[in-house]
Design a protein around this ligand. Structure first.
Ligand code: ZN
Length: 130
């Protein structure tokens, strides 16, 4: 198991972590297998989508913001970030990508994205290849 840390700079942010994950895949001993990318956080997520147009990250946040309003949930009485928890739960904390010849088999328009919903924070990304 390997990990690395990402410092997010804003409350909502989408960060392409593909190069860092690919680096770990290349250093790993196995040529083929599955690469699991996981964040051990309740208000951040991992997803796979397009990075060529950064508007997609903004669109994703705007779409989720329309679905999930802020400040109306029970957990908001605790620490005011229920919407971030719900959005993170919908996207999920992990993605799994097949590895072939020490390369992530992502499509041309696919990137692995860390999605921050309650930043700025330091986020840990765990990578397991089997
Ligand atoms: Zn909370």
């Amino acid at each position: 198991m390997k990990d690395f840390f990402v410092k997010t700079a804003r409350k909502y942010q989408v960060i392409d972590i593909t190069p860092r994950v690919q680096e770990i895949v290349e250093q790993d001993g196995s040529t083929d297998g599955l690469c699991c990318v996981f964040v051990p956080h309740a208000t951040a997520a991992v997803t796979i989508n397009e990075n060529a147009d950064p508007n997609i990250g903004e669109d994703l946040h705007n779409a989720l913001a329309k679905l999930i309003p802020e400040g109306v949930w029970r957990h908001d009485r605790i620490d005011g970030n229920a919407a971030a928890h719900i959005k993170a739960a919908i996207l999920g904390p992990s993605e799994t990508v097949p590895v072939k010849d020490r390369r992530l088999t992502l499509g041309t328009w696919q990137s692995l994205m860390l999605v921050e919903f309650d930043g700025p924070r330091q986020r840990r990304v765990i990578v397991q290849i089997r």
